[in-house]
Design a protein around this ligand. Sequence first.
Ligand SMILES: Cc1cc2nc3c(=O)[nH]c(=O)nc-3n(C[C@H](O)[C@H](O)[C@H](O)COP(=O)(O)OP(=O)(O)OC[C@H]3O[C@@H](n4cnc5c(N)ncnc54)[C@H](O)[C@@H]3O)c2cc1C
Length: 295
Amino acid sequence: MLPAGVETDVPLSRFTTIGTGGLAQYLAEPNEELALLAMLRWAEQQELQIAVIGLGSNLLPADTGFAGLVLRLAGALAGIEVTATGATVGGGAPLAAVVRKVGDAGLAGFEFACAIPGTIGGAVRMNAGAYGYELKNALVSVTICSAAGVRHARADELGLTYRHSNLEPGEIVTQATLALAPGDAAAIKALVRDYQGRRSAAQPRKARTFGSVFKNPPGEQTSGQLLEACGLKGYTVGGARISEKHANFIENFANATSADVLAVMVEARRRAREQFGVELEHEVQTLGAIVIPPA
Ligand SMILES: Cc1cc2nc3c(=O)[nH]c(=O)nc-3n(C[C@H](O)[C@H](O)[C@H](O)COP(=O)(O)OP(=O)(O)OC[C@H]3O[C@@H](n4cnc5c(N)ncnc54)[C@H](O)[C@@H]3O)c2cc1C
């Protein structure tokens, strides 16, 4: 029998910002730690793969879906508690909500996250960053749940480097402690507005995308600049195309499949290699039986 709250055959396209992907065999949204641990144990007994998703803002799921249990953190696992020196935040909390709450409390140092449409858990996993700041600058420690139980880790134990952590699949960040500095609420709001304005000017805002497709390679030029120089703006396969506004973004403009998106990525990587000798490494994460060919 299925544990309470576990649904079957749920379209993953509903839970990704790019809007592609097949069905999750099982999907659940536990709202407290005990419920999450019970689901993880159940999945282990059934020998099911486990995946966690946040706001799906950096995720390309297979068109064939995911054979296993997909978890999304809700309720107390997405709560935000502001403290005198920072915040204690559930892994499922949206970054935008954290930015607002700590800013209102006059705590500075998290403004950069206003432009990143994910959760705290996804941001820890990716060491998300913008405007010269990364999550690791504010992160003190995390709580991690897996089928093996609960563990705590300091930020410096997570191997946080450029869009990378050492978290394994099946390890779920359920809570993060942030350390922030005293600041002026009005100045914090002004900085957030400035970052948001810069975003709107440089990146597609209304289109369905998953943010940067590729990490920036070492050297002077960003992935976006290289792909633009390859003449790829507007390059289209099926319903997926490289944005005219920023060449490191792929837009789902007409019922794209993940296969369409993947085909655009493969061509972009081929052209960057051929024209500039640069091997682009993908930033987007995959879910299910989808393989981005090695660079
Ligand atoms: C318009 C746009 C702009 C963006 N700009 C930026 C940017 O400036 N900087 C940047 O770094 N990123 C950016 N991104 C990408 C994305 O928002 C970040 O990578 C974000 O951290 C992903 O968070 P998420 O909760 O949506 O994770 P998801 O996309 O749902 O998942 C990404 C990965 O994190 C894992 N994960 C999710 N939740 C947890 C958890 N609780 N515990 C453990 N692992 C977890 C997933 O399993 C997956 O491997 C952008 C995306 C978009 C659409």
